[in-house]
Design a protein around this ligand. Structure first.
Ligand SMILES: [Zn+2]
Length: 284
């Protein structure tokens, strides 16, 4: 995979002390909408609290080894193609140093799917219940992340079945025009199929929501979360630490669903991204 480098250098200060010159490594060099960008840099000088911010969303950099830092940046499936300029901020020598990280986004290709709704499912849209339930989920996956990276290696698929809807599919509910992209991947199988943790994590939410049935949100550290919807029965409770393969719940068709399936979402720096990428690419 191609890696781009964007160089950041600071002007000389009057005192003659020069802040470190940082080279940002962008992996991949051009990132597709709906995928995850990894940004790395090395600083020979002692720095603190590096972070990047774009459109009111931030990601912290975490130290991977002495002087080496890394951030995971999620790109929305609806992100417009082009060059993005994120603000970079770091504390050096008791001053805040500000710079820019530039990266390029290319469009993804997403199919359109039509989802019929029953009357009661349609009511979840019109009553505002769906908006409320989405906010409950977002509050769980947008909380201040724990700095510890809990996962190692590839994420594994949380269940078995067929992919009935891919991430980013533009969905038309009832007779509504296609709206925002599908925020996860749907895996369909028979009701009661076991759903397990794809990586180590901690349960930060486990509750029933009218729109989504039994829902579980897992935190994996460093701003990475996954969540699981429409389950007929949850098997994990808030505060539980899960290993790879630990039970999360049983597949169902609760809430807005046309048949038994798991809706599996992945969140990186507050943005939903394609979970399939994390099963095929190492983010170690
Ligand atoms: Zn879904």
């Amino acid at each position: 995979m191609a890696v781009a480098v964007c160089l950041m250098s600071f002007p000389l200060r009057a005192s003659g002390r020069r802040p470190p010159e940082l080279r940002f490594e962008l992996d991949p060099s051009t990132v597709t909408a709906g995928r995850t960008l990894v940004v790395r840099f090395h600083s020979p000088a002692r720095i603190m609290n590096p972070r990047m911010t774009l459109n009111d969303r931030s990601a912290e950099f975490y130290s991977v080894s002495t002087g080496s830092w890394r951030a995971f940046w999620g790109i929305s499936c609806q992100e417009s193609p082009g060059v993005k300029n994120a603000r970079f901020e770091v504390l050096w020598n008791k001053r805040v140093i500000v710079s820019t990280i530039s990266f390029t986004v290319e469009a993804g290709t997403f199919p359109v799917s039509h989802i019929p709704l029953t009357k009661s499912q349609n009511n979840l849209f019109t009553s505002g219940q769906l908006t409320d339930d989405n906010e409950i989920l977002a509050a769980a996956y947008k909380k201040a992340p724990i700095p510890r990276k809990m996962w190692s290696g590839y994420f594994v698929w949380p269940t078995t079945g067929v992919v009935s809807s891919v991430f980013g599919a533009r969905r038309s509910y009832g007779r509504r025009p296609p709206g925002s992209g599908h925020s996860g991947m749907d895996i369909a199988n028979v009701e009661g199929t076991l759903i397990t943790a794809p990586a180590r994590g901690r349960v930060v939410l486990s509750r029933r929501l009218d729109s989504f049935g039994n829902a579980v949100v897992l935190e994996h550290g460093q701003g990475v979360f996954t969540y699981y919807l429409h389950m007929v029965k949850p098997l994990a409770k808030e505060g539980d630490f899960l290993e790879v393969g630990s039970p999360i719940g049983l597949m169902g068709k609760e809430g807005i669903a046309t048949g038994p399936h798991l809706h599996w979402s992945m969140v990186v720096s507050g943005e939903r991204v394609d979970p399939r990428e994390w099963t095929e690419r190492l983010f170690d």
